[in-house]
Design a protein around this ligand. Structure first.
Ligand code: UN1
Length: 513
């Protein structure tokens, strides 16, 4: 770790031996049990964080609720200016933060930097948005009346994020929620608590320097029980949760029970359709990065390749050859393509998936396995694997958060491939590789992909922040990041104003007194 400058990175980010979740502008800290953060890169202890107790949470939520009342009165462009200053700090600290993301989570340093770049991009987007939180105007049916709609700040937004994008997903939510006038309470993943502390430290410094009210950025730490403080709490009108479908169903039920709002970003089972006239070279680049990038731990990772029989053998050989080039090892070493899985539980899930696909009749094309020996001491490094399988296999229907790619064959027209692509419970990302205009347009049409993201001639992962991000079916239906995703962080109000001396009723109703 020393040779990669981790010690300097931790220092630059204000990470201490024991860290506390806290609220910006408040002088108290979390007091619960100690959570230790070990790096999957080398198995070393990086630091410790104190978990949030119920009493700590009460302080967080009262501070955030009080802060919100002040923050909502600040003009949105001024809130945008605060986000701009926060973004200046992200730009300055991009390298140490990217390094910590890489070291604590295990993704390659390039991807760690890419994740911080997503934070920078969404902040830029939010700053522009702070002058564009537009509603519509309508024509009233009554004379001398005016109608319009406004978007008002919503309140305290609860954010639950996962280990795989430990910092970007927080910023997709906070950057928008802040310009919208909300206070944010964030429960990061207990598997990556230090990256969360690093982000909170940056927000705390910028907010304090700019006299932002206390509690506009809060960090709570712990397992699902800490998340439950928020999901059960009526003082939190919106819960934005990213993670497994299993978690999402629990959160959805809990929040719906109090008629709160949810924004859910859950599992994917993303496929690339490879048609007869696909560019094979580009297909291989997109598919390999999609399947092994972030060690297969993106919700947008490519899980299935649906290949036409005419090009099946060609694609198969090209993929197997490409996998032979992959270098697996320390993600901070820029020569490596694939880092470790997040922990040993993830390794177990990966092994079980490979056993299961064989048991169900699949054929392993690229052998998996756990790596041992020098450089692999953490026990979290695995070999990306490819198996020939069938879409109806139970394991293929299931999202395994690991670098396991299933090769599926289709014949006949592209409709058959679309049916396979849509034939899973998840609906996040999808792609088609084709130079055929008819096939591409059909894939994007009403009869095409049923996913929230559908791409042509690029892979399934690596979405840009400018579009709305999210998916259908068991992916949860939420949209965050770009386009008009900001609307979920605000409440809409319809206003009708009568500027006459009469009081005519709508729908022409006569009501004479
Ligand atoms: C996630 O895995 O939760 O589209 C988010 C992508 C990234 C975000 C993934 N921009 O792959």
């Amino acid at each position: 770790a020393t040779e990669f400058g981790i010690t300097e990175a931790l220092k630059a980010l204000g990470i201490e031996e024991i860290n506390n979740g806290t609220s910006t502008g408040a002088d108290w800290f979390s007091n619960g049990e100690i959570i230790e953060s070990y790096s999957p890169v080398d198995g070393q202890l990086i630091g410790k964080v104190k978990a949030t107790t119920r009493e700590d949470y009460e302080k967080v939520i009262t501070t955030a609720s009080a802060g919100f009342k002040e923050w909502r009165t600040m003009p949105a462009p001024q809130r945008g200016e605060i986000v701009r200053k926060f973004n200046d700090e992200l730009r300055r600290l991009k390298e140490p933060l990217g390094k910590l993301v890489s070291y604590e989570m295990g993704k390659s340093y390039q991807e760690g930097l890419g994740e911080v770049q997503e934070m920078i991009d969404i902040c830029d987007f939010a700053v522009g948005l702070s002058r564009q939180l537009h509603g519509l105007t309508m024509h009233s049916e009554r004379p001398g009346h005016r109608m319009y709609e406004q978007y008002h700040p919503l309140g305290v937004v609860g954010i639950i994020s996962a280990f795989n994008f430990p910092v970007a997903v927080w910023s997709w939510n906070t950057a928008l929620a802040w310009v919208c006038g909300d206070a944010c309470v964030w429960k990061g993943s207990e598997k990556t608590p230090l990256t969360a502390v690093a982000c909170q430290n940056i927000a705390a410094r910028v907010f304090e320097e700019n006299n932002v009210p206390a509690g506009i950025s809060c960090l709570i730490t712990g397992d699902y029980t800490v998340g439950e403080f928020m999901t059960k709490d009526e003082r939190v009108p919106l819960i934005s949760a990213t993670g497994s479908t299993r978690m999402g169903k629990i959160v959805a039920k809990e929040v719906a029970g109090r008629l709160g709002k949810t924004l859910l970003e859950l599992g994917g089972n993303n496929a690339i359709i490879v048609t007869p006239d696909a560019n094979i070279k580009n297909t291989v680049i997109g598919a390999v990065f999609g399947a092994v990038g972030t060690c297969g731990q993106r919700c947008t990772s490519t899980r299935r390749l649906i290949v036409h029989e005419d090009v099946y053998d060609k694609v198969k050989t090209a993929m197997v050859d490409a996998y032979k080039q992959l270098r697996i090892g320390n993600p901070l070493d820029q020569n490596n393509h694939v880092g470790p899985l997040i922990d040993k539980d993830a390794v177990k899930n990966y092994q079980q998936a490979l056993e299961k696909v064989v048991a169900e009749g699949g054929n392993i094309l690229v052998e998996g396995g756990v790596l041992e020996g020098e450089g692999y001491e953490s026990g979290c490094y695995v070999k990306p694997a490819i198996a020939e399988a069938k879409n109806e296999f139970e394991i293929v229907q299931h999202e395994t958060f690991a670098p396991v790619l299933y090769l599926l064959k289709y014949s006949g027209s592209v409709e058959n491939a679309i049916e396979v692509q849509n034939g899973v419970r998840q609906g996040l990302s999808s792609a088609i590789m084709t130079n055929n205009l008819r096939e591409a347009e059909l894939f994007l049409s009403t009869q095409g992909s049923d996913c929230g993201i559908a791409n042509v001639n690029i892979g399934t992962s690596g979405a840009e922040i400018g579009g709305a991000f999210g998916g259908e079916k068991e992916t949860g239906g939420g949209r965050e990041s770009g386009s008009d995703a900001w609307k979920v962080y605000m409440r809409r109000q319809t206003n009708t104003i009568n500027y006459t001396t009469e009081l005519p009723l709508a729908q022409g109703i006569k009501f004479d007194l």
